[in-house]
Design a protein around this ligand. Structure first.
Ligand SMILES: *Cc1c(COP(=O)(O)O)cnc(C)c1O
Length: 366
C-alpha cells in the first residue's frame, strides 16, 4: 500500500460501523435481505437531500442510466448525445438499450460537455442528452436544457460523481428530467458493494422505473412489462442510510482539501482545475494537467504517492466503440487533455500535511 493512497475507504468506517452492524443484525433476524425498511428509508432521505419527489434505489449507476433510458422508450434506431470524456458506463447504458451513443467534445477548462457542440449533432433520431457532472461539478444545465427544449428531447443527468454538488444553488439530481447516481464504494457517497439510484420529480416515470427494476411486476407474478432485476440489497440500504447524514461534512472536507491543493500549486507550472462560477463542486476527483504525465505518475508512485488517470482513453478511441467509426482528431480537446491529466489523491480524511507532501513532491519533479 502506498504511503498516501488514492482513496482511503477505511477512514470513515469507525464512525458508522456500530450503527451498521446493529441494523444488519436486525435485517438478518427479520431475514429481509432485499429492499427492506432501510432501502426505503434511504430512498426517502436521498430524495429529500436532492430536493426531488422520488428516489428509486437500484443495483448500480450503470443500471440507473439504463433504466432511465428504458423508461423513456429509447431503443434501436435512436441516438443519445454524451460527452466523450466520461466513464464508459454512460455510453454502455445507451448501447444496452440498443441505441447509438453520439459523442461530443469537452470544454478543456472544465472537462465538461462542450455545450456549443451539442446542437450540431442533433438529428431526427436524437432522443436524449446525458451531460455528465464529471469530477464533482455540474455541466451547464441551463444551456443544455434550453437546447433540449427547442428540439423536444429529454435531458438525463449522469450525477454518478456529483452527490451533493450544486448548480446555481440547486442540487445535482434535481436539474433535469431524471438523474442517475452510483454508490460504487469510491464515490462521494459509497456503499459497501454495488448500488445506484434514480431521482426524478415525475410520478408516472418513477412508477415505471419501480416496475422495470423488478421484472415489470405490479403485483407478485403479475408482469406488466419486460423489466429485469435491478434491485438494491438491504445491506447497501443500511450502509447508505447510515452514511448520508455525513455526506455534506465529507464534501466540505474535500472542498477544504481542494483549497489547500490550489493554494500550494498556485505558482507551479501545471494546469489546475477550474470550477465554473455558478457551480459548487464536490471534488470527487482533483485533476491537474502536467507535461510528461506518465513519468510524473511513475515518480510519484516511487515516492509512495498514488494517483490516477480519468480517463486514459477517450471513448471514441476505445476498442469497444471502434465500430462507431470515429477517428483520432474527431475530438481535439478531449484528445489533448487526455495526454496530460493526472488525478491526485482526494478524500475527506486527507490531511493538510499529506497534501503538502504531495504538492512538494510534485513540484520538485516539474
Ligand atoms: C461510476 C460511474 C458510473 C457507473 O456507476 P456504477 O455504479 O459503477 O455502475 C457511471 N457514470 C459515471 C460518470 C461514473 O463515474
Amino acid at each position: 500500500m502506498p504511503l498516501i493512497p488514492f482513496v482511503d475507504l477505511k477512514a470513515s468506517y469507525s464512525l458508522i460501523k456500530e450503527e451498521i452492524v446493529s441494523e444488519l443484525n436486525h435485517a438478518i433476524d427479520q431475514t429481509r435481505f432485499i429492499e427492506g425498511a432501510s432501502v426505503h428509508a434511504f430512498e426517502e432521505a436521498f430524495a429529500s437531500y436532492c430536493g426531488v419527489q422520488h428516489c428509486v434505489a437500484v443495483s448500480s449507476g450503470t443500471s440507473a442510466l439504463y433504466l432511465i433510458l428504458r423508461a423513456h422508450n429509447v431503443g434501436p434506431g435512436d441516438e443519445v448525445i454524451i460527452p466523450v470524456n466520461t466513464f464508459i458506463a454512460t455510453a454502455e447504458a445507451v448501447s444496452l438499450v440498443g441505441a447509438t451513443p453520439v459523442f461530443v467534445d469537452i470544454d478543456p477548462s472544465t472537462y465538461l460537455i462542450e455545450v456549443s457542440s451539442v446542437e450540431s449533432v442533433i438529428t431526427e433520431k436524437t432522443k436524449a442528452i446525458i451531460p455528465v457532472h464529471l469530477y464533482g461539478q455540474c455541466a451547464d444545465m441551463d444551456a443544455i436544457c434550453s437546447i433540449a427544449d427547442r428540439h423536444d428531447i429529454i435531458v438525463i443527468e449522469d450525477a454518478c460523481q456529483a452527490h451533493g454538488a450544486q448548480y446555481k444553488n440547486k442540487q445535482a439530481g434535481s436539474l433535469a428530467h431524471a438523474a442517475a447516481f452510483s454508490f460504487y464504494p469510491g464515490k462521494n457517497l459509497g456503499a459497501w458493494g454495488e448500488g445506484g439510484a434514480i431521482t426524478t420529480n415525475d410520478d408516472v416515470f418513477a412508477q415505471t422505473l419501480r416496475e422495470l427494476k423488478k421484472h415489470g411486476e405490479i403485483q407478485k407474478y403479475h408482469h406488466k412489462r419486460v423489466g429485469g432485476n435491478f434491485r438494491m440489497s438491504e445491506f447497501q440500504g443500511i450502509v447508505l442510510r447510515a452514511k448520508l447524514p455525513y455526506l455534506n461534512q465529507w464534501n466540505e472536507a474535500r472542498n477544504k482539501n481542494a483549497r489547500i491543493y490550489l493554494q500550494s500549486l498556485g505558482d507551479a507550472d501545471i494546469i489546475l482545475p477550474n470550477v465554473a462560477e455558478h457551480n459548487m463542486s464536490v471534488w470527487h476527483l482533483f485533476v491537474v494537467q502536467v507535461a510528461d504525465r506518465d513519468a510524473i505518475k511513475e515518480n510519484l508512485a516511487e515516492q509512495g504517492i498514488a494517483s490516477g488517470i480519468h480517463y486514459p482513453i477517450p471513448l471514441h478511441l476505445t476498442e469497444a466503440y471502434a465500430p462507431l467509426g470515429y477517428v483520432k482528431g474527431d475530438f481535439p480537446s478531449a484528445e489533448q487533455v487526455q495526454e496530460n491529466i493526472l488525478s491526485l489523491p482526494m478524500y475527506p480524511e486527507l490531511t493538510s500535511d499529506q497534501i503538502n507532501q504531495i504538492t512538494e513532491t510534485l513540484k520538485s519533479m516539474l
